[in-house]
Design a protein around this ligand. Structure first.
Ligand code: MV4
Length: 446
């Protein structure tokens, strides 16, 4: 087992990783920026090393500085959390070069799954459902037009190196496709240093359902079932839940098994999420693979009883998965509401500043993952998420009642938060019926 782990992250996920390490008897080293000098999570670490100024480029995104801190602190491994360097194959490679274990996949599997064209090719070879579209990347305008004529409009142009909604263009006819294909490639080249683009059928109305997976270094991979993350705004998830409501379990199970096959085929180790869109006939189409622990991992922890962060560490240390697929079962339902320091009435403008009052809910079936304490100042430099409220119930209905109760207990002052919006969403009729689509929230806010 590792003796000491460096956490290359901040905020709630840094604290989550510290807690997992403590329970595994591992010492923790945090790196932090000057903007985070008062970060409450740092007090729980055995050591904290300042690596630079507030801007992430000079601290949490600076590979050389983080590796230097890891060398000074003599750690065995680095946990990247999510965001920042978590999906950077060059960071996984830098750790390998310095003989520090990266808690996550190898640079090879990360690079393969991170390239959407390569990922789709591997998915197809392993009978993972994908959107009809170009086989590989599109080389010229005529090829794009030929493929689109075959699959039918509308189509979407995506960048092989894109993701999370960046570098996409929807084309509803041949003229629009011709007008966009070249610019899309040039834009991808400028944004990602990779001009490779592909096209696929565009699905207008869809739900976002993703499958949590774990792979070990011994060729085993399992899935931990699905999460429905359709309640989102501008590619930022707002509510996540499991299991996905109102979907035939047979279809979900087949999709989950497909996701685990893809992770196995990628020779993947660590936690991964395979994202899908589901259409109105409950057909699934893979979107992309997230090669990290995700923000919404607690939802799956609550329904499966499996500690995903601990598993990510044990896997990196070389442990085999301690369970088989048949040992993993869903118990009840879980819902997560992300709590953001933002003002929903001012176009979700970030609302950093001092949190004088922080009264988080508690009681049976309630979990709050947050680094905030009364008196903490939310810095303006980073993501506005300040915590996550996750509830577990024996049914979706019970979890919804519990979430309403917990949100009613939550008091955060004087900064603006989205707690009021979350109360509204949890009591929203369409949401309670289950199965809102990925555009629902944006329509509601209009
Ligand atoms: C799509 C799509 C419809 N059809 N692909 C957006 C993020 C990136 N991961 C892929 N995305 C989409 N791909 C096809 N063929 C619609 C989206 C999309 C979306 C997907 C998941 C969650 C929210 C979304 C919001 C807008 C568009």
């Amino acid at each position: 087992m590792f003796k000491r782990v460096l956490i290359a992250n901040r905020g709630e996920i840094a604290l989550r990783i510290i807690r997992a390490c403590k329970e595994l008897g591992i010492e923790t080293v945090c790196v932090y920026s000057k903007a985070d000098a008062d970060g409450p999570w740092l007090r729980f670490a055995d050591r904290a090393i300042c690596i630079g100024p507030g801007p992430a480029k000079e601290s949490y995104l600076n590979i050389a500085r983080i590796i230097s801190a890891a060398e000074i602190a003599d750690v065995d491994a680095i946990h990247p959390g999510y965001g920042f360097l978590a999906e950077r194959a060059d960071f996984s490679q830098a750790c390998r070069d310095c003989k520090i274990e990266f808690i996550g996949p190898s640079p090879e599997s990360m690079a393969m799954l991170g390239d959407k064209v390569e990922c789709k090719r591997t998915a197809k070879a392993n009978k993972v459902p994908i959107f009809p579209g170009s086989e590989g990347s599109i080389e010229d305008e005529e090829e794009a037009v030929t493929v689109a004529a075959k699959i039918g409009y509308p189509v979407i142009i995506k960048a092989a190196a894109g993701g999370g909604g960046r570098g996409m263009r929807v084309c509803r006819n041949e003229a629009s496709l011709r007008a966009n294909i070249r610019a899309a490639s040039q834009e991808a080249q400028a944004a990602f240093g990779n001009g490779s683009v592909f096209i696929e059928k565009f699905l207008e109305r869809a739900r976002h359902i993703e499958v949590q997976c774990l792979g070990d270094k011994h060729g085993h991979a399992v899935h931990l079932y699905e999460r429905d993350c359709s309640m989102q705004r501008r590619h930022q998830k707002v509510i996540e839940e499991a299991p996905a409501p109102n979907v035939a379990r047979k279809k979900i199970e087949a999709t989950c098994e497909a996701a685990a096959r893809l992770i196995r085929a990628a020779n993947y180790s660590g936690a991964a999420t395979v994202e899908f869109l589901m259409d109105e006939q409950q057909n699934f189409y893979m979107l992309e693979v997230n090669t990290r622990v995700q923000v919404e991992h607690p939802v799956t922890e609550l329904i499966t009883g499996i500690d995903i962060v601990k598993m990510s560490i044990l896997i990196a240390a070389g442990h085999a998965l301690p369970f088989r697929q048949r040992d993993i079962h869903i118990k009840g339902a879980a819902i997560e509401c992300r709590i953001n320091a933002e003002d929903p009435d001012q176009n979700f403008r970030p609302s950093p500043g001092k949190v004088a009052t922080w009264e988080a809910p508690g009681g049976p079936g309630v979990r709050v993952d947050s680094h905030v304490v009364p008196g903490y100042s939310v810095p303006p430099n980073y993501d506005s998420m300040i915590g996550k409220l996750i509830v577990h119930g024996e049914s979706r209905e019970a979890a919804l009642i519990r979430m309403s109760r917990a949100l009613a207990e939550f008091r955060v002052e004087p900064i603006k938060t989205n707690i009021g919006l979350q109360r509204r969403l949890i009591s929203d009729g369409e949401f309670r019926r289950g199965g809102v689509d990925i555009h629902y929230l944006e329509r509601l806010l209009k």
